[in-house]
Design a protein. Structure first.
Length: 228
């Protein structure tokens, strides 16, 4: 008995279910990975131009746009072939992201970075909602109720693995060396990111003490130091 046969027997997977189950697990992996990656990128892009206090407002706006879109998308999935609708949504999401990239980052940008960050935020939130709901609609159509009770846990585990791998990859990428001037996150974030990234280095003060122009000691501490 091979490894595949032992694995399917241990997890109670029928031979006819193996291929579609693997595709479903991979689909959950990539969709949840996209959701985590898009969330990290849109927050970094948006916070490069706007204050963190405005995050709830942009999130509420994206939900106001996304929930009616999900309702219309679900109705469309019920009246049309779900696979064709899902392919169309994936093509639209990819085309929208490429269009934002072309308008902002290619030479001679045609769209300012501030409205582009808002557009990117709204687009990725709505895209994550549509892709996630569409994936589970298709999966629920493929498997019967008795099969779903056995296999949906494995599919959800694939989504959890996609979240974990993407999150760990993003954390590891923070420690990579910078590719050079002009390609850093602070440069891409604009004036707000550049201001926070370019701080004066610590300077040597009296008696070899280190002082920093942005972190000055309070007057009470100075008076206590002189008295000592």
């Amino acid at each position: 008995m091979g490894v595949r046969e032992r694995l399917t027997e241990w997890m109670d997977i029928r031979a006819s279910e193996f291929r579609i189950l693997v595709l479903s697990v991979l689909g959950a992996f990539f969709i949840m990975g996209f959701a985590v990656l898009a969330g990290a990128l849109r927050d970094a892009f948006y916070l490069g131009f706007f204050d963190a206090d405005t995050l709830p407002y942009i999130l509420y706006a994206s939900l106001v746009l996304g929930l009616p879109g999900v309702a219309a998308f679900s109705r469309l999935m019920a009246t049309r072939a779900p696979h064709k609708v899902m392919r169309t949504v994936i093509a639209l999401v990819s085309g929208g992201l490429l269009l934002i990239y072309a308008l902002v980052l290619l030479p001679g940008p045609r769209l300012d970075s501030r409205p582009a960050s808002v557009l990117f935020y709204l687009w990725t939130v709505v895209a994550a909602l549509l892709l996630t709901s569409g994936f589970w609609i298709i999966v629920s159509d493929v498997f019967a109720v008795r099969e779903a009770k056995r296999l949906f846990g494995l599919i959800s585990a694939g989504g959890a693995m996609g979240t974990l791998v993407t999150g760990v990859s993003l954390s590891a990428s923070r420690h990579l060396p910078s590719p050079g001037p002009g390609n850093t996150v602070a440069d891409a974030a604009g004036p707000a990111g550049t201001k926070s990234a370019t701080r004066s280095p610590p300077q040597a003060g009296p008696a070899g003490e280190l002082s920093h122009p942005h972190f000055e000691s309070p007057p009470e501490a100075d008076r206590g130091h002189r008295a000592a």
